[in-house]
Design a protein around this ligand. Sequence first.
Ligand SMILES: Cc1cc2nc3c(=O)[nH]c(=O)nc-3n(C[C@H](O)[C@H](O)[C@H](O)COP(=O)(O)OP(=O)(O)OC[C@H]3O[C@@H](n4cnc5c(N)ncnc54)[C@H](O)[C@@H]3O)c2cc1C
Ligand code: FES
Length: 304
Amino acid sequence: MNRPYNGWRASANILEMYDDIVAVTENQPLSGGHFLLSLHSPRQARATRPGQFAMLRLLGRSDVLLRRPMSIYDTKPAARPRGRSRAKGSPEIIQLLYKAVGRGTRLMADLQPGDRVGLLGPLGHGFFEEDYLPQAREADEILLVAGGIGIAALLLPAKQLAGAGFGQRLFFGGGTKADLVGFREFKPLVRETLLATEDGSVGHHGFVTRPLEAHLARHRKKNFLLLACGPWAMLEAMVEIAKSYGHRCLVSLENRMGCGLGVCLGCSIRVRGEGHGAYERVCTEGPVFWAEKVVWEREQVLES
Ligand SMILES: Cc1cc2nc3c(=O)[nH]c(=O)nc-3n(C[C@H](O)[C@H](O)[C@H](O)COP(=O)(O)OP(=O)(O)OC[C@H]3O[C@@H](n4cnc5c(N)ncnc54)[C@H](O)[C@@H]3O)c2cc1C
Ligand code: FES
C-alpha cells in the first residue's frame, strides 16, 4: 500500500501493527540449528511489508521476559486440506526463519503445532518506504547480499522486486554449508545465486564480499542497488566495496532490541548528523537504512 510521505519519517507506531496471541502451525527443523516457524496470524500477515520484523514472546516463560526480534521471512495463504487445490488467497501465515543461538531461540525450537506465542508486528520500516523504490528503478540490477540468517530479511523484498520486473542476483554467505538455509525460495526470483562459505564446504571459499566484488569489477559501467542483511562486519565490508564502485546500499540492521517500539532506546545507533538527530532507533527509524547514513563504528557491533 502506498503511504503519503510528507518529508518526515513516519514512526512505526502509526503504521498498522497488532499485538496478538497466535498459533504455531509448523516448526520445521532445517540444517545447522535453523528452523522455519509458521504462525497463523491473518491480520499481521496482511499488514506486512517487505523488510519488516516482528517481536516474538514465549508465553508463560518468566525466564525469557523480553520479546525476540525476528524478520518476517515470508507470508502465505493458509494451507488447504489434503487433496484440495493449492493454497491461494490473501496471506494468513507469517513465517520466521531463525537460528537457535541462545535461551529464547532454543525454546522456540521446542514449539509444536497448536502451541501459542505472542507476536507484536509488523514493525519497523521495510525496504520500500519513502524514496527506496524510486532508487531501485534507476538501477540496472538489484544485488541482494545476505550473511547467515540475514537471508530472512530479503525474501519478501525479492518477491516484490521480481513482481515489479526488476533483475536481481543473490549473494549469500555463511560459515559452512549448513548455515545456508532459506535460499532455494529465491531461485525463481533471481538470475543467479552465488554462495560462499568460510570453510569452503560449498560455493566460493571465503567471505561473500569476494564474489560480490568480482561482479562489481566485471560490470563497472552498470548501476547497482544493493539490499543487504547480515552481521555488522559483513555489512561494513560490503558497504566499503560498494562505495568504492559508486553504488548505493540499503542495509537491514539486526541490533539487540528491548521493546521494538521506540521506547527503551536500547537499539539506537549513531547516524550522520548532530545532536539528538545523530542517533536513530533501529526498531522504529529502521531496521532498513541507507548505508551512508550509518556511522560504521566498531562499538555498534553486537559482540557475542
Ligand atoms: C530486526 C531484527 C531482525 C532479526 N531477524 C532474525 C531472524 O529472522 N532470524 C534469526 O534467527 N534472528 C534474527 N534476529 C536476531 C535474533 O533476534 C536473536 O538471535 C535472538 O534475539 C537471540 O535470542 P536468544 O534468547 O536465543 O539469545 P540470547 O540468549 O539473548 O543471546 C544468545 C547469543 O545471541 C546473540 N544475540 C542476541 N541477539 C542478537 C542479535 N540481535 N543479533 C545477533 N546476535 C544476537 C547474543 O550476543 C548471544 O551471543 C533479528 C534481530 C533483529 C534486531
Ligand atoms: S528496541 Fe526499544 S527503542 Fe528500539
